[in-house]
Design a protein around this ligand. Structure first.
Ligand code: KG4
Ligand code: ZN
Length: 357
Protein backbone atom coordinates (compact mmCIF):
# COMPACT_ATOMS: atom_id res chain seq x y z
CA UNK A 1 0.00 0.00 0.00
CA UNK A 2 1.36 3.41 -0.81
CA UNK A 3 1.07 6.38 1.48
CA UNK A 4 -1.06 9.37 0.61
CA UNK A 5 -4.60 10.46 0.09
CA UNK A 6 -6.99 7.56 -0.23
CA UNK A 7 -8.37 8.47 -3.62
CA UNK A 8 -4.97 7.94 -5.24
CA UNK A 9 -4.43 4.59 -3.64
CA UNK A 10 -5.00 0.99 -4.49
CA UNK A 11 -4.23 -1.62 -1.93
CA UNK A 12 -1.67 -4.26 -2.71
CA UNK A 13 -3.46 -6.78 -0.48
CA UNK A 14 -7.07 -6.59 -1.61
CA UNK A 15 -7.24 -4.15 -4.53
CA UNK A 16 -9.82 -1.39 -4.32
CA UNK A 17 -11.81 -1.16 -1.11
CA UNK A 18 -14.94 0.67 -0.04
CA UNK A 19 -15.80 0.99 3.65
CA UNK A 20 -18.93 2.06 5.47
CA UNK A 21 -18.16 3.53 8.90
CA UNK A 22 -20.23 4.20 12.00
CA UNK A 23 -19.31 6.55 14.88
CA UNK A 24 -21.29 6.50 18.15
CA UNK A 25 -18.74 6.95 20.95
CA UNK A 26 -20.38 9.99 22.54
CA UNK A 27 -23.01 12.48 21.42
CA UNK A 28 -22.58 12.41 17.66
CA UNK A 29 -24.19 9.81 15.42
CA UNK A 30 -22.18 9.67 12.20
CA UNK A 31 -21.95 7.50 9.10
CA UNK A 32 -19.50 7.74 6.18
CA UNK A 33 -18.47 5.83 3.09
CA UNK A 34 -14.84 6.00 1.95
CA UNK A 35 -13.42 4.43 -1.20
CA UNK A 36 -9.70 3.70 -1.49
CA UNK A 37 -9.65 5.05 -5.06
CA UNK A 38 -12.44 7.67 -5.14
CA UNK A 39 -12.05 9.11 -1.63
CA UNK A 40 -14.91 10.17 0.61
CA UNK A 41 -18.18 9.39 -1.20
CA UNK A 42 -20.65 10.59 1.45
CA UNK A 43 -20.83 11.37 5.14
CA UNK A 44 -23.42 12.49 7.65
CA UNK A 45 -23.14 13.78 11.20
CA UNK A 46 -26.06 14.18 13.57
CA UNK A 47 -25.17 16.09 16.73
CA UNK A 48 -27.23 15.37 19.85
CA UNK A 49 -26.35 18.78 21.35
CA UNK A 50 -30.01 19.89 21.57
CA UNK A 51 -30.91 16.67 23.39
CA UNK A 52 -28.30 17.13 26.12
CA UNK A 53 -28.14 20.92 26.36
CA UNK A 54 -30.78 21.33 29.09
CA UNK A 55 -28.75 18.96 31.30
CA UNK A 56 -25.52 20.94 30.76
CA UNK A 57 -23.63 17.87 29.52
CA UNK A 58 -24.01 14.48 27.87
CA UNK A 59 -26.48 12.07 29.53
CA UNK A 60 -25.12 8.64 28.54
CA UNK A 61 -28.42 6.74 28.50
CA UNK A 62 -30.10 9.40 26.34
CA UNK A 63 -27.11 9.32 23.99
CA UNK A 64 -27.39 5.53 23.54
CA UNK A 65 -31.13 5.64 22.93
CA UNK A 66 -30.79 8.35 20.32
CA UNK A 67 -28.02 6.46 18.48
CA UNK A 68 -30.33 3.42 18.32
CA UNK A 69 -33.03 5.49 16.61
CA UNK A 70 -30.80 7.45 14.24
CA UNK A 71 -28.02 5.22 13.02
CA UNK A 72 -29.83 2.76 10.75
CA UNK A 73 -31.73 5.44 8.76
CA UNK A 74 -28.43 7.35 8.47
CA UNK A 75 -26.77 4.23 7.05
CA UNK A 76 -29.53 3.96 4.44
CA UNK A 77 -29.30 7.67 3.55
CA UNK A 78 -25.50 7.62 3.32
CA UNK A 79 -25.57 4.56 1.04
CA UNK A 80 -28.09 6.36 -1.21
CA UNK A 81 -26.03 9.59 -1.20
CA UNK A 82 -22.91 7.66 -2.15
CA UNK A 83 -24.75 5.75 -4.90
CA UNK A 84 -23.54 2.59 -3.19
CA UNK A 85 -25.22 -0.72 -2.44
CA UNK A 86 -24.08 -3.14 0.26
CA UNK A 87 -22.71 -5.35 -2.54
CA UNK A 88 -20.13 -2.62 -3.34
CA UNK A 89 -18.77 -2.60 0.23
CA UNK A 90 -15.60 -4.35 1.40
CA UNK A 91 -16.23 -3.91 5.12
CA UNK A 92 -17.93 -2.03 7.95
CA UNK A 93 -15.84 -0.01 10.42
CA UNK A 94 -17.05 1.20 13.80
CA UNK A 95 -15.70 2.93 16.90
CA UNK A 96 -14.95 0.15 19.41
CA UNK A 97 -13.72 2.52 22.17
CA UNK A 98 -12.82 4.41 24.22
CA UNK A 99 -16.08 6.21 24.96
CA UNK A 100 -19.47 5.82 26.62
CA UNK A 101 -20.01 2.08 26.75
CA UNK A 102 -23.74 2.13 25.97
CA UNK A 103 -23.26 4.51 23.07
CA UNK A 104 -20.35 2.47 21.73
CA UNK A 105 -22.38 -0.74 21.93
CA UNK A 106 -25.16 0.67 19.74
CA UNK A 107 -22.72 1.36 16.89
CA UNK A 108 -20.78 -1.86 17.46
CA UNK A 109 -23.94 -3.99 17.43
CA UNK A 110 -25.27 -2.32 14.29
CA UNK A 111 -21.93 -2.49 12.45
CA UNK A 112 -21.29 -6.11 13.41
CA UNK A 113 -24.86 -7.11 12.41
CA UNK A 114 -24.77 -5.29 9.07
CA UNK A 115 -21.39 -6.81 8.23
CA UNK A 116 -22.74 -10.27 9.10
CA UNK A 117 -25.88 -9.76 7.01
CA UNK A 118 -23.86 -8.43 4.07
CA UNK A 119 -21.21 -11.16 4.35
CA UNK A 120 -18.28 -8.75 4.75
CA UNK A 121 -15.77 -8.14 7.55
CA UNK A 122 -16.34 -5.71 10.42
CA UNK A 123 -13.46 -3.84 12.03
CA UNK A 124 -13.51 -1.97 15.34
CA UNK A 125 -11.25 1.07 15.55
CA UNK A 126 -9.80 3.17 18.37
CA UNK A 127 -11.42 6.58 18.76
CA UNK A 128 -8.21 8.42 19.59
CA UNK A 129 -6.27 6.77 16.79
CA UNK A 130 -8.92 7.88 14.32
CA UNK A 131 -8.61 11.50 15.47
CA UNK A 132 -4.87 11.20 14.74
CA UNK A 133 -5.59 9.76 11.28
CA UNK A 134 -8.13 12.45 10.30
CA UNK A 135 -5.47 14.55 8.47
CA UNK A 136 -4.95 11.57 6.11
CA UNK A 137 -8.28 12.55 4.55
CA UNK A 138 -6.70 15.79 3.33
CA UNK A 139 -4.89 16.37 0.05
CA UNK A 140 -1.48 16.55 1.73
CA UNK A 141 -1.19 13.95 4.50
CA UNK A 142 1.46 14.39 7.21
CA UNK A 143 4.78 12.58 6.83
CA UNK A 144 5.98 9.99 9.36
CA UNK A 145 7.32 10.17 11.98
CA UNK A 146 5.59 13.18 13.48
CA UNK A 147 4.41 14.70 16.74
CA UNK A 148 0.68 14.80 17.44
CA UNK A 149 -1.20 17.08 19.80
CA UNK A 150 -4.51 15.39 20.56
CA UNK A 151 -6.92 17.80 22.22
CA UNK A 152 -10.47 16.59 22.65
CA UNK A 153 -13.26 16.70 25.21
CA UNK A 154 -11.77 13.82 27.18
CA UNK A 155 -8.07 13.80 26.28
CA UNK A 156 -5.04 16.05 26.06
CA UNK A 157 -1.98 14.21 24.84
CA UNK A 158 1.34 14.77 23.11
CA UNK A 159 2.12 11.68 21.08
CA UNK A 160 5.21 10.59 19.21
CA UNK A 161 3.78 8.90 16.11
CA UNK A 162 6.60 6.73 14.84
CA UNK A 163 4.36 4.93 12.37
CA UNK A 164 0.65 4.39 12.06
CA UNK A 165 -0.46 2.06 14.83
CA UNK A 166 2.59 2.77 17.01
CA UNK A 167 1.94 5.60 19.44
CA UNK A 168 4.23 6.70 22.22
CA UNK A 169 2.46 9.03 24.66
CA UNK A 170 5.00 11.68 25.73
CA UNK A 171 2.69 13.54 28.07
CA UNK A 172 -0.96 13.86 28.95
CA UNK A 173 -3.24 15.66 31.34
CA UNK A 174 -3.26 14.76 35.01
CA UNK A 175 -6.84 15.91 35.46
CA UNK A 176 -9.13 17.84 33.09
CA UNK A 177 -8.68 17.70 29.33
CA UNK A 178 -8.25 20.91 27.29
CA UNK A 179 -11.80 20.50 25.95
CA UNK A 180 -13.09 20.11 29.49
CA UNK A 181 -11.21 23.27 30.52
CA UNK A 182 -13.02 25.12 27.71
CA UNK A 183 -16.37 23.52 28.59
CA UNK A 184 -16.12 24.09 32.36
CA UNK A 185 -14.92 27.70 31.95
CA UNK A 186 -17.82 28.28 29.57
CA UNK A 187 -20.28 26.81 32.06
CA UNK A 188 -18.97 29.16 34.77
CA UNK A 189 -19.64 32.02 32.35
CA UNK A 190 -23.21 30.80 31.87
CA UNK A 191 -22.64 29.64 28.29
CA UNK A 192 -24.54 26.63 26.93
CA UNK A 193 -23.04 23.17 26.40
CA UNK A 194 -20.76 22.35 24.60
CA UNK A 195 -18.91 25.41 25.79
CA UNK A 196 -15.69 25.33 23.74
CA UNK A 197 -16.98 26.99 20.56
CA UNK A 198 -19.28 29.29 22.60
CA UNK A 199 -16.39 30.49 24.76
CA UNK A 200 -14.25 31.04 21.65
CA UNK A 201 -17.04 33.16 20.17
CA UNK A 202 -17.43 35.28 23.31
CA UNK A 203 -13.63 35.68 23.54
CA UNK A 204 -13.50 37.52 20.19
CA UNK A 205 -14.78 40.72 21.84
CA UNK A 206 -12.68 40.32 25.02
CA UNK A 207 -9.14 41.27 26.06
CA UNK A 208 -6.89 38.25 26.57
CA UNK A 209 -4.68 40.12 29.06
CA UNK A 210 -7.54 41.43 31.20
CA UNK A 211 -7.23 38.63 33.78
CA UNK A 212 -3.92 37.03 34.75
CA UNK A 213 -5.01 33.40 34.72
CA UNK A 214 -2.47 30.63 35.41
CA UNK A 215 -0.68 28.71 32.63
CA UNK A 216 -0.74 25.38 34.51
CA UNK A 217 2.46 23.29 34.50
CA UNK A 218 4.15 25.58 31.98
CA UNK A 219 6.77 26.61 34.51
CA UNK A 220 7.62 22.98 35.26
CA UNK A 221 9.72 20.62 33.16
CA UNK A 222 8.08 17.73 31.36
CA UNK A 223 5.17 17.31 29.01
CA UNK A 224 2.31 16.77 31.43
CA UNK A 225 -0.73 19.04 31.51
CA UNK A 226 -3.10 20.03 34.31
CA UNK A 227 -6.16 22.19 33.77
CA UNK A 228 -8.16 21.80 36.98
CA UNK A 229 -6.49 24.83 38.64
CA UNK A 230 -7.48 27.02 35.74
CA UNK A 231 -11.12 26.19 36.34
CA UNK A 232 -10.80 27.46 39.93
CA UNK A 233 -9.10 30.66 38.71
CA UNK A 234 -11.92 31.22 36.21
CA UNK A 235 -14.49 30.70 38.97
CA UNK A 236 -12.77 33.36 41.09
CA UNK A 237 -12.59 35.76 38.14
CA UNK A 238 -16.31 35.28 37.52
CA UNK A 239 -17.11 35.86 41.20
CA UNK A 240 -14.92 38.95 41.42
CA UNK A 241 -15.51 40.38 37.98
CA UNK A 242 -19.29 40.25 37.97
CA UNK A 243 -21.34 39.50 34.92
CA UNK A 244 -21.16 42.70 32.89
CA UNK A 245 -20.99 41.63 29.21
CA UNK A 246 -17.54 43.22 28.72
CA UNK A 247 -16.14 41.46 31.78
CA UNK A 248 -17.52 38.08 30.68
CA UNK A 249 -15.87 38.52 27.29
CA UNK A 250 -12.59 39.48 29.00
CA UNK A 251 -12.74 36.36 31.19
CA UNK A 252 -13.50 34.21 28.14
CA UNK A 253 -10.58 35.72 26.20
CA UNK A 254 -8.24 35.31 29.19
CA UNK A 255 -9.29 31.68 29.75
CA UNK A 256 -8.87 30.84 26.08
CA UNK A 257 -5.42 32.47 26.05
CA UNK A 258 -4.37 30.51 29.16
CA UNK A 259 -5.44 27.17 27.63
CA UNK A 260 -3.91 27.95 24.23
CA UNK A 261 -0.61 29.23 25.70
CA UNK A 262 -0.30 26.11 27.84
CA UNK A 263 -0.95 23.79 24.90
CA UNK A 264 1.53 25.67 22.71
CA UNK A 265 4.23 25.85 25.40
CA UNK A 266 4.22 22.08 25.92
CA UNK A 267 3.93 21.32 22.21
CA UNK A 268 6.97 23.48 21.42
CA UNK A 269 8.87 21.65 24.15
CA UNK A 270 7.88 18.27 22.67
CA UNK A 271 8.95 19.41 19.19
CA UNK A 272 12.34 20.46 20.59
CA UNK A 273 12.70 17.13 22.42
CA UNK A 274 11.76 14.90 19.51
CA UNK A 275 13.22 17.01 16.70
CA UNK A 276 10.14 16.24 14.56
CA UNK A 277 9.49 18.63 11.71
CA UNK A 278 5.80 17.77 11.31
CA UNK A 279 2.99 18.29 13.81
CA UNK A 280 -0.56 16.93 13.65
CA UNK A 281 -3.23 18.72 15.68
CA UNK A 282 -6.32 16.57 16.17
CA UNK A 283 -9.52 16.50 18.23
CA UNK A 284 -12.32 18.99 18.84
CA UNK A 285 -10.16 21.72 20.41
CA UNK A 286 -8.07 21.60 17.20
CA UNK A 287 -10.97 23.57 15.68
CA UNK A 288 -10.12 26.54 17.92
CA UNK A 289 -9.06 29.42 15.72
CA UNK A 290 -6.74 31.06 18.23
CA UNK A 291 -4.91 27.77 18.80
CA UNK A 292 -4.51 27.28 15.06
CA UNK A 293 -3.21 30.80 14.43
CA UNK A 294 -0.78 30.96 17.34
CA UNK A 295 0.49 27.41 16.94
CA UNK A 296 1.06 27.82 13.21
CA UNK A 297 3.05 31.01 13.83
CA UNK A 298 5.26 29.34 16.47
CA UNK A 299 5.73 26.23 14.33
CA UNK A 300 6.62 28.32 11.26
CA UNK A 301 9.33 30.05 13.25
CA UNK A 302 10.74 26.62 14.14
CA UNK A 303 10.57 25.30 10.56
CA UNK A 304 7.82 22.85 11.56
CA UNK A 305 4.80 22.21 9.36
CA UNK A 306 1.42 21.79 11.08
CA UNK A 307 -1.23 19.46 9.68
CA UNK A 308 -4.84 19.96 10.73
CA UNK A 309 -7.93 18.05 9.67
CA UNK A 310 -10.52 20.28 8.00
CA UNK A 311 -12.71 21.94 10.67
CA UNK A 312 -15.66 19.52 10.41
CA UNK A 313 -13.30 16.55 10.88
CA UNK A 314 -11.72 17.96 14.08
CA UNK A 315 -14.81 17.02 16.07
CA UNK A 316 -16.36 13.55 15.99
CA UNK A 317 -17.27 12.25 12.53
CA UNK A 318 -17.36 8.95 10.68
CA UNK A 319 -15.02 9.92 7.82
CA UNK A 320 -12.05 9.44 10.14
CA UNK A 321 -13.51 6.11 11.34
CA UNK A 322 -13.70 5.03 7.70
CA UNK A 323 -10.07 6.10 7.12
CA UNK A 324 -8.82 4.00 10.04
CA UNK A 325 -11.15 1.14 9.10
CA UNK A 326 -9.90 1.15 5.52
CA UNK A 327 -6.28 0.99 6.64
CA UNK A 328 -6.94 -1.79 9.14
CA UNK A 329 -9.06 -3.82 6.70
CA UNK A 330 -6.35 -3.41 4.07
CA UNK A 331 -3.90 -4.78 6.62
CA UNK A 332 -6.13 -7.84 6.96
CA UNK A 333 -7.68 -7.08 10.34
CA UNK A 334 -11.27 -8.09 11.12
CA UNK A 335 -13.47 -8.68 14.14
CA UNK A 336 -14.69 -12.06 15.24
CA UNK A 337 -18.47 -12.53 15.33
CA UNK A 338 -18.69 -11.19 18.88
CA UNK A 339 -19.73 -7.59 19.50
CA UNK A 340 -16.81 -5.73 21.03
CA UNK A 341 -16.68 -2.31 22.67
CA UNK A 342 -14.41 -0.91 25.40
CA UNK A 343 -15.04 2.16 27.54
CA UNK A 344 -11.33 2.29 28.46
CA UNK A 345 -8.66 1.44 25.91
CA UNK A 346 -5.13 2.88 26.24
CA UNK A 347 -3.78 4.19 22.93
CA UNK A 348 -0.34 2.78 23.66
CA UNK A 349 -1.69 -0.80 23.54
CA UNK A 350 -2.39 -0.55 19.80
CA UNK A 351 -0.08 -2.43 17.47
CA UNK A 352 1.20 -1.25 14.10
CA UNK A 353 -0.58 -3.81 11.95
CA UNK A 354 -1.10 -1.01 9.47
CA UNK A 355 1.84 -0.75 7.11
CA UNK A 356 2.31 2.54 5.36
CA UNK A 357 5.45 2.68 3.30
O1 KG4 B 1 -12.99 15.45 19.68
P1 KG4 B 1 -14.30 15.89 20.17
O2 KG4 B 1 -15.38 16.22 19.16
O3 KG4 B 1 -14.97 14.84 21.12
C1 KG4 B 1 -14.24 14.00 21.92
O4 KG4 B 1 -13.84 12.92 21.43
O5 KG4 B 1 -14.05 14.41 23.08
O6 KG4 B 1 -14.02 17.16 21.11
C2 KG4 B 1 -15.06 17.87 21.74
C3 KG4 B 1 -14.43 19.00 22.54
C4 KG4 B 1 -15.43 19.71 23.44
O7 KG4 B 1 -14.84 19.89 24.71
C5 KG4 B 1 -15.63 21.06 22.73
O8 KG4 B 1 -16.00 22.10 23.59
C6 KG4 B 1 -14.27 21.28 22.12
O9 KG4 B 1 -13.88 19.99 21.65
N1 KG4 B 1 -14.31 22.24 21.00
C7 KG4 B 1 -13.69 23.44 21.03
C8 KG4 B 1 -13.98 24.06 19.79
N2 KG4 B 1 -14.76 23.22 19.05
C9 KG4 B 1 -14.93 22.09 19.81
N3 KG4 B 1 -12.95 24.03 21.98
C10 KG4 B 1 -12.47 25.26 21.72
N4 KG4 B 1 -12.71 25.93 20.56
C11 KG4 B 1 -13.46 25.39 19.58
N5 KG4 B 1 -13.67 26.07 18.44
ZN1 ZN C 1 -13.57 12.50 19.58
Amino acid sequence: MTRGRPRKRDCQYHGRMRVLAIESSCDESAVAILDSADGLLAHQIFSQIDLHRIYGGVVPELASRDHVVRLLPMVEETLAQAGTTPADLSGVAFTAGPGLIGALLTGAALARSLAYAWGIPAVGVHHLEVHLLAPLLEAEPPPLPHLALLVSGGHTMLIDVERIGSYHVLGETRDDAAGEAFDKSAKLLGLPYPGGPELARLAISGRADAFALPRPMLDRPGLEFSFSGLKTAVRLAVEQGGDAPGTRADIAASAQAAIVDTLIGKTVRALQQTGHRALVVAGGVGANRMLREKLSARADAMGVRVYYPRLEFCTDNAAMIAMAGLLRLEAGEAETLSIRARAQWPLSTLTPSIELS
